[in-house]
Write a protein of this length. Structure first.
Ligand SMILES: [Zn+2]
Length: 344
């Protein structure tokens, strides 16, 4: 079953996907595949997407805030953690479930003052047809361009008959994003517009593969590519599994390097760099379809949840494994990253 079989992880340069760990005996083959994937990444951008997108070629240092740069928006980790607990108290949120419908309503009810869009669609998954819904909360800014903060809200369909609630995997990012929504309602963006994107169908429905995963992000990235929205997006910051009490964010080799560097410099300014990028990983997550659409992406994820990632995709992924302190760190660094991106 997806994500529930565990293998010993490789100690040096581990190559891990969002939803399972590659066993040692497959490593050589996987390295070939992933190596090819890395090399071919620029080629995944369509000619149309590339021609639409015109962004400055800057280094991360160019985004360092200046004395006159306005301060970062403040977020409250305690409130984000309360959101997490309230959200997972709704129960499991697999596709097609009552809990999934409650999760949608919970998110919508917390998006005061935003322009809310629902990207509803039907899709044939590996486990049959399902209705899905990406929820987008738009907070207009003062200059043209958009920064997207994204994270998924569904839980794993194969775990639907268990008590699995995904407190960290799905719950943590929703908890923080709803706190950010609250702050953006009180303090509207003064720079780029900020869109909060709650994706659906991130998880596999049977077993993680290129075809059985990332349903919501694939759908929306295609739509945004076709309608010109992709060209307006300056950066796509993905939040995933950021609630772990022992927070150690991976440096994801599938993300855009200069944007990761902006995140790291923001972490340094926030005094939180010890929680960032000690380890490199290759992560498959909701950022990939947007990267393919030509958008700079960064996956802010801690894929080491409990000893040897033990809690990931198990019924042990509960709120007591998460903390307000970790959500505060993630929130502070994301807000400082947005502050930096707004300097250009
Ligand atoms: Zn997951």
């Amino acid at each position: 079953m997806n994500g529930r079989r565990r293998f010993r992880k490789i100690q040096i340069d581990p190559v891990r996907m969002k939803d399972f760990t590659i066993p040692a005996f497959l490593l050589a083959f996987s390295m070939l595949l992933i190596g090819a994937c890395r090399q071919s990444a620029p080629g995944t951008q369509t000619a149309a997407a590339q021609s639409q997108v015109s962004r400055p070629q800057l280094s991360a240092e160019d985004y360092d805030p200046k004395p006159e740069t306005p301060p970062a928006l403040k977020v409250n980790g305690q409130k984000a953690f309360q959101n997490l607990k309230d959200f997972v108290a709704l129960g499991p949120r697999p596709l097609g479930s009552e809990g999934h419908a409650k999760a949608e309503q919970f998110i919508l009810a917390h998006l005061h003052g935003a322009q809310v869009e629902q990207d509803k669609f039907n899709v044939q998954t590996a486990a049959g047809p399902f209705a899905m819904n990406n929820i987008i909360a738009k907070f207009p800014g003062k200059k043209p361009g958009v920064i997207v903060l994204a994270g998924h809200y569904d839980t794993n369909l194969p775990l639907k008959n268990t008590s699995y609630v995904g407190a960290n995997d799905g719950g943590s990012n929703v908890g923080l994003m709803l706190e950010i929504a609250d702050q953006l309602h009180k303090h509207p963006p003064q720079g780029y517009s900020i869109w909060l994107l709650f994706t659906d169908g991130e998880e596999a429905t049977v077993q993680w593969s290129d075809d059985d995963s990332l349903y919501g992000s694939k759908h929306l990235a295609k739509k945004w590519s076709e309608d010109g929205t992709a060209a307006k997006i300056r950066a796509f910051l993905l939040l995933d599994m950021i609630g772990d009490k022992d927070l150690d964010i991976d440096r994801d080799t599938n993300s855009t390097p200069w944007l990761l560097d902006v995140v790291y410099r923001a972490a340094q300014r926030a005094g939180q760099q010890s929680h960032f990028f000690v380890r490199s990983n290759t992560i498959q997550d909701d950022h990939l379809p947007f990267r393919a659409a030509g958008i700079p992406v960064a996956d802010i994820i801690d894929l080491d949840y409990g000893f040897d990632n033990l809690y990931h995709h198990t019924t042990q992924d509960t709120p007591d494994k998460c903390s307000a302190a970790s959500l505060q760190i993630a929130g502070d660094v994301v807000m400082e990253t947005i502050r930096a991106l707004n300097t250009h």
